[in-house]
Write a protein that binds this ligand. Structure first.
Ligand SMILES: Nc1ncnc2c1ncn2[C@@H]1O[C@H](COP(=O)(O)OP(=O)(O)OP(=O)(O)O)[C@@H](O)[C@H]1O
Length: 617
């Protein structure tokens, strides 16, 4: 991508600062004009007061010089401050827009990428782009104006001498151009290494227990060291290039100044220039080189920022997987039916479909459990229902309205998701419960916690509902974290509840404590429960078995025949048959499992026999 293309991509975040940019540019130009005028005053002072020793000729130019210097100082301060404000606001806007965009991206985008590298793009890369777009523009403008002003003043004073000293100016550009290509390569490497460092640290810290338990600290440190060393090499190469540029330029500059002085001596002896005039001329040339040098350096910074810019453009070019049409309306109500009609779906880039011709109807208020082997497509159902993706074939309807006709926001307001991972955010217990309903009162939060059977353990925490939970809820057990997420779903007050493996990773006792609130939740909502845990089947009105991306069986828990199971999976003695195969001459009549799995005190008395075994991970 060229610098111009990148600039155009990021210009919208700067557009509203046009007035500020112009103001700041004017002030910075004013500062450069003040410098030029100050040099002029210096010339007058030298020729009229210094050379003659006449003190009366001192006061007027001295006062003017002071006034000009003060004006220049005010302009420099105001222009610089204004420019910083513009740059910081650009950063705010760009980072915010990038985050808003990334938050809308589908799950497979995050699955493919290292989290640390993404984080790095929000810090270093965004700042580098600021150098390209905001500061870069102002610095270039100021440098160009400086070059024009000082060159103009030098030309005005002695055009022939000026042209002589400009002869070497193209040398600056040649040096800068040669450096730019190399800078670009090392900057791309530096940005990539920076992302890899963030990934290595974030990943290692997120799984620190596993690292310690497996004695992998050294290997993890080695991994970080490799990336740090890669970054170190890129940084050194960058430093070498940027450090080499100024001395090279200084050599060119010294040659120019010596040339001016040499020719100047000859001119003074021929009385074609005054000593003050020569000094002022040398000063203009001296002032001319820093902005020239800056222009070269800006070229290099901009080149370095291009690598960062391309990394951001890559993120901005990722598209959300659903478009928000939002024409459909739902009739207000609490219970909603869901219908999957011949739904087919393949994940982007996947060579096999995850769902093929799946039909499923969940009636309003019904509690449906979806089970099936790993990779069958169960979680994909939830992802489609929440419109992380749209089906590639067929349709899904909520209360008869096609999901693609509803705005994503409206749809998701209708659904409370309890995902597989009991996510806890950095913040208090109350904040965590109110995650999906930020305006909830404390009384509502407590009521939700009570319903989720969480109130008791929350009150026992050091600061009760105000206890700060670490990012991963380290203070809480797995079951407690799960009950916090249930309270969160309760407080959301949505009409549809989607639970993805709510007892995943819990022991039998913790799973039982999750069950009762879950039962309460399901009573008042349409519920879709995804689970391998057939202990939960007893709670459902209907169990649906999904395999190979389609529904292969369904029925009330007690009647579900495991016909789809290959005989090899059936346990010796056919334990499955007894409870799940339904009526036969040999077996007792089927019984509904609900109410039999659990005695009133919630202690399991009858457990489903072998059927669950093939599904358990
Ligand atoms: N992001 C993805 N990109 C490509 N394929 C995917 C993606 N996520 C899931 N799949 C594939 O889609 C199929 C269905 O996956 P899904 O997660 O729905 O299964 P599941 O029944 O929920 O499994 P489990 O019980 O293990 O959670 C699998 O073959 C899986 O490999």
């Amino acid at each position: 991508m060229t610098t111009g293309e990148l600039f155009r991509r990021f210009w919208p975040y700067l557009r509203q600062e046009r007035a500020g940019l112009a103001g700041s540019a004017v002030l910075l130009v004013l500062a450069a004009v003040a410098d030029t005028a100050a040099i002029r005053m210096f010339m007058v002072l030298t020729d009229e007061a210094l050379a003659t020793g006449d003190i009366t000729a001192f006061w007027a130019p001295a006062a003017s010089w002071l006034g000009i210097a003060a004006l220049g100082a005010v302009a420099t301060f105001c222009g610089g401050y204004l420019a910083s404000g513009i740059a910081e606001r650009f950063l705010l806007r760009l980072r915010g827009a990038l985050y808003e965009h990334v938050q809308e991206l589908p799950p497979h985008f995050f699955a493919r990428r290292a989290g640390g590298d993404l984080v790095a793009r929000f810090s270093g890369d965004v700042e580098a782009v600021e150098r390209l777009v905001a500061s870069g523009v102002l610095e270039t403008a100021t440098a160009v104006v400086g070059v024009v002003l000082y060159a103009g003043a030098a030309l005005y004073l002695r055009w022939d001498l000026a042209l002589l000293s400009f002869a070497l100016a193209p040398a600056f550009w040649l040096v800068a151009r040669r450096f730019s290509a190399r800078i670009r390569t090392v900057s791309t490497e530096e940005r990539a290494a920076n992302g890899a460092i963030s990934t290595a640290v974030a990943e290692g810290l997120a799984h620190v227990e596993l690292v310690q338990a497996y004695n992998q600290q050294e290997r993890r440190s080695q991994k970080l060291h490799e990336q740090s060393y890669r970054w170190f090499r890129a940084k050194l190469a960058q430093a070498r290039l940027t450090a080499l540029y100024p001395p090279l330029v200084t050599v060119v500059e010294t040659v120019c100044v010596l040339l001016v002085i040499g020719v100047g001596i000859w001119e003074i002896s021929a009385q074609r220039i005054s000593i003050g005039g020569l000094l002022a001329f040398a000063a203009y040339i001296g002032y001319l080189y820093p902005p020239l040098q800056n222009l070269g350096q800006i070229t290099m910074t901009v080149t370095a920022a291009r690598a960062a810019g391309e990394r951001l453009v890559e993120l901005f070019d990722e598209r959300p997987s659903v478009t928000d049409a939002g024409r459909g309306r739902l009739v207000p109500g609490r219970r909603r039916g869901i219908r999957f009609e011949r739904v087919g779906f393949a994940y982007p880039g996947a060579d096999r479909p995850a769902l093929t011709g799946l039909d499923l109807e969940i009636r309003p208020g019904e509690f449906t459990m979806v089970t099936g082997p790993s990779g069958a497509g169960k979680s994909t159902l939830a992802k489609l229902l929440l419109r992380f993706y749209d089906p590639t074939a067929g349709r899904i309807a909520l209360d008869g309205v096609d999901l693609s006709d509803l705005s994503v926001r409206t749809l998701r307001d209708e659904i409370a998701l309890v995902p597989q991972e009991a996510a806890v955010f950095h913040g208090t217990v109350a904040d965590n419960i109110a995650f999906g309903a930020p305006s909830a009162t404390r009384a509502e939060i407590v009521a939700a916690a009570r319903e989720a059977d969480a109130d008791e353990f929350v009150r026992a925490l050091p600061d009760g509902y105000d206890t700060e939970l670490g990012e991963r809820g380290a203070l809480l057990s797995g079951g407690q974290r799960r009950r916090i997420t249930l309270a969160r779903a309760i407080l959301r007050g949505a009409s549809v509840l989607v639970l993805d493996e709510p007892t995943n990773g819990l022991d039998a006792a913790s799973a039982r404590r999750v069950l009762e609130p879950l039962r309460r939740l399901a009573r008042t909502r349409t519920t879709l429960l995804i689970s391998h845990d057939l202990d939960l089947a007893a709670e459902a009105d209907r169990v649906v078995v999904v395999d190979g991306g389609r529904v292969v069986d369904q029925g009330p828990p007690a009647h579900l025949p495991p016909a789809h199971l290959p005989p090899a999976h059936l346990p010796p003695g056919g334990g499955v048959d007894a409870d799940l195969r339904g009526p036969s001459a040999e077996s007792p009549p089927p019984r509904r499992l609900s109410g039999q799995l659990f005695a009133p005190d919630d202690t399991p008395t009858v457990r489903l026999p072998a059927f669950p075994l093939i599904f358990r991970r």
